[in-house]
Write a protein that binds this ligand. Structure first.
Ligand code: XIL
Length: 365
């Protein structure tokens, strides 16, 4: 059942519970944010009021942990992890290995050529060990590898610096080193579009190959960078069901819904300068309602099958969404549940209601 809203209104019904209260005990609801967000008292208060768990949106990436000379700087990452700890919020580590937002020296020489395998493995091991050790006890689970799968139908893995230097088993080695650095911490693989059948099959292959080596991999993170028009809710439910039946917990790690025109789906980090920007001064009511409905069907789809233990939005509010700069730079996007003034949008009430309903039925079972 969907909630109706009056035109132009903020749309939050008086009864809409903060998300974490609506969901309490059934599924963790989180958002990602950065050090500037937690330094802002209003944003920090909203995060703590609405969300159970927390992810660093940017400042946990290798580029922020270590510099070009191999020096680690913990100050900002520590601030984020400590904010989560101080507020009793589970903190998800995003992430240890990715081809973006990283340091070239990990896997390439000064001319951009792949390092010898042994050198690249040592760098991988040292990086993972240092970071996982540093955050032991403060990270609830680590995204060990991000976006290793190819978007191309027949190809299994992407061509990346880590893979060129080490080989396909850079993935297994990353899981091995993360587990060795902290045997207690759950580990997951994270990627976009993996709910789609062709990429879902590759994901299952990857997860099974890691497990077949006797290594720990607990969960799969479906990023959930979705569009107003797709994927269909059944595709989302089917993917969750299949991952769960294969023995993996499912996390929705980076949820948002792009309301602007797009020619491609997915989240491969490449942006262009030119593209339509139809709503620079606010989202028309009609699209606001569409977004609320779309969030409704997405949450119904996520919660229908068993398997999902956490749902995290990628960003605290529309003004801080990466979708203002992806796949076209400098647009005005509206993909989250809170607007630029931190007011809950109509989609917030819809999601809150669905979470409360799900919680009630979960408690009945
Ligand atoms: C984005 C961040 O939001 C940006 O701040 C950063 O500059 C680039 O990365 N998939 C991911 C996330 O796994 O790390 C990306 O986040 C969005 C796509």
């Amino acid at each position: 059942m969907l909630v109706m809203f009056c035109a132009g209104g903020v749309g939050l019904r008086a009864s809409a519970l903060p998300l974490r209260e609506a969901a309490r005990g059934s599924v963790l609801i989180g958002c990602s944010a950065g050090s500037s967000d937690i330094a802002d008292p209003e944003t920090a208060a909203m995060i703590v009021r609405e969300f159970d768990c927390f992810t660093a949106d940017n400042e946990f990436m290798p580029k922020f942990m270590v510099d070009d000379e191999g020096r680690y700087t913990w100050e900002i990452p520590d601030r984020l992890a400590n904010f989560a700890r101080d507020h009793g919020m589970p903190f998800y580590g995003h992430m240890l290995v990715w081809q973006h937002e990283t340091r070239a020296w990990l896997f390439e020489d000064k001319d951009g050529k792949p390092l010898p395998r042994e050198q690249a493995l040592k760098n991988l091991r040292d990086y993972i060990t240092t970071v996982v050790h540093h955050f032991r006890g403060r990270v609830k689970a680590w995204a060990v590898v991000n976006e290793a799968l190819s978007d191309d139908g027949d190809t299994y893995l992407r061509d990346t610096p880590a893979r060129r230097a080490i080989g396909d088993d850079f993935i297994a080695r990353a899981f091995e080193y993360a587990h060795a650095a902290d045997p207690t911490v759950p580990l997951y693989y994270n990627d976009y579009n993996i709910e789609l059948p062709y990429k879902r099959a590759k994901t299952l292959r990857l997860l099974r190959e890691v497990r077949a080596e006797g290594l720990r991999v607990d969960a799969v993170g479906i990023q959930g960078h979705w569009l107003i028009g797709g994927p269909a809710p059944e595709v989302i439910s089917d993917a969750i069901r299949e991952f769960h039946e294969a023995g993996f917990e499912v996390l929705i790690t980076e949820l948002d819904v792009d309301v602007l025109p797009r020619t491609t789906s997915g989240a491969d980090l490449q942006s262009v300068d030119e593209g339509p920007n139809p709503y620079p001064n606010g989202l028309p009511d009609e699209v606001q309602q569409q977004l609320a409905q779309r969030y409704g069907e997405i949450f119904e789809a996520i919660l229908r099958p068993p398997g999902v233990s956490m749902i995290t939005f990628w960003g605290p509010h529309d003004g801080r969404s990466w979708l203002n700069d992806f796949p076209v730079r400098r647009r005005t996007n509206y993909p989250l549940l809170f607007d630029r003034e931190l007011r809950p949008k109509p989609a917030h009430a819809v999601v809150s209601e669905i979470l409360a309903k799900h919680r009630a039925s979960a408690l009945d079972r």
